[in-house]
Write a protein that binds this ligand. Structure first.
Ligand SMILES: [Zn+2]
Length: 111
C-alpha cells in the first residue's frame, strides 16, 4: 500500500508550527522544538543506533524554525534557530513521527 503523501505544507513561522495535510485526509502539526528533538541527521543520530546521545528536551525547547526548502520532492529541509540546517525530514519520517495525528474527515462527517 502506498504511503500517504502531503497535499499541502504550511510553515507558520510566527507560531513555530509546521502543518501538513496528507493525501489520506489526516492533518499533522509539528512544533519547531519537537522537530529539532527528533532531527534525523547524522550529527544528531550518528550512523547507527546509540552512537550519539539524544538531545534533552531542555536543550531544544527554545528552538524555532527559520525557514524550509523542499528536497527532491520526497522531503523537507528545515533551517532551525540553533544554527542547525542539515536535518532532512522525509515525508515518511514526518508521518511516522506525527505526535498527534488527527483525521480531518472525522470532524467533517458528523452532523
Ligand atoms: Zn540534526
Amino acid at each position: 500500500m502506498a504511503r500517504a503523501t502531503p497535499i499541502a505544507v504550511r510553515l507558520k513561522l510566527p507560531d513555530n508550527i509546521l502543518e501538513i495535510d496528507w493525501s489520506d485526509g489526516v492533518a499533522s502539526r509539528y512544533a519547531g522544538a519537537y522537530l529539532r528533538f527528533v532531527c534525523p541527521c547524522a550529527g544528531c543520530r550518528g550512523h547507527g543506533p546509540g552512537q550519539v546521545p539524544e538531545p534533552t528536551w531542555e536543550q531544544v525547547k527554545d528552538v524555532r524554525m527559520l525557514g524550509a526548502e523542499a528536497v527532491g520532492g520526497y522531503a523537507i529541509r528545515l533551517k532551525l534557530s540553533d544554527c542547525h540546517e542539515s536535518g532532512i525530514y522525509s515525508w515518511d519520517f514526518l508521518r511516522d513521527n506525527d505526535p498527534e495525528p488527527r483525521a480531518k474527515a472525522e470532524t467533517e462527517s458528523t452532523g
